[in-house]
Design a protein around this ligand. Sequence first.
Ligand code: A3P
Length: 319
Amino acid sequence: IPKNLESDDEEYVSLISSLPSDIDFVGRELFKYQESWYGNKMLQAILNFQRGFEPQDTDIIIASFPKAGTTWLKALTVALLERSKHSSDAHPLRLDNPHNLVPFFELDLYAKTSKPDMTNFSSTPRVFATHVPLHTLQEALKNCPCKIVYVWRNLKDVLVSYWHFKSALMKVEAERSLLESMFESFCRGVSYGGPFWEHVLSYWRGSLEDSKNVLFLKYEDLKTEPRVQLKRLAEFLDCPFTVEEEENGSVEEILELCSLRNLKNLEINKIGIMSRGVEHKNFFRKGEVGDWKNYLTPEMEKRIDMITEDKFGGSGLKF
Ligand code: A3P
């Protein structure tokens, strides 16, 4: 049982004391639940979510491993669903950060309760987000045919992005010693939602089994062919672009609105702070493919590549 665990949730206390535990890159104790690693508060939130969530057929869930492109996918989804509803100045994305518009189950809604206030979700579809793998999410969905959109990204860029993000949260310079310990944790799979490879594979297999309800996107593809991927997303969400919209430049408008440059420069994302204390600006950095080359050693690269080939080889996943 973790030290200082204060909980009157007996099921949770009994569960957590039965789980394997390990230490992550900042010395924090993590617990292995349904094959993935979480801190104790997160674990309680996931239990709250699995017990209390009442899914609706029209729900849309954005899923990802942290730092794989969640913010971008949230923005694109909101922009698709909201298009033509707002004048450009009053667009929700200009007034708030994508993470406030699309809350996470385990980080926001269910952090403290299994019955959160859902009055903000009066219109449909409701859009939520999560970093848990598919099998853990499915337990909460209880066979409800929600639409799940997953985005993944190469682990080397995820790692470097995570390192900068963590450092920004701790309000320190990004130090090599932290990168090195994060690298070790990631290779062992011991980080929030990790191991990375099993996370990706859960959604990859889910998308093969049920392509109508699970869409599998890649950050790198969104970067190289944004139009194609945005149209895929629109079709999957049953809101395809009409010929007229395509001719009117609606696709480009959404891509421009959701571009890193545009979002990063909005006042709300320069100065805003989320209710859980994270500054909006921390979600926007470089957004480049291959930035890892500036930071990882050839040995680090080789080790990640070897594990990735081992885990993804034979899955049919292009990596
Ligand atoms: P970098 O740190 O490599 O720049 P997440 O949204 O899952 O937390 O991932 C954050 C990463 O996505 C960061 O990557 C961030 O810069 C990038 N990102 C955020 N918004 C983006 C956008 N609108 N377009 C492209 N990339 C974006």
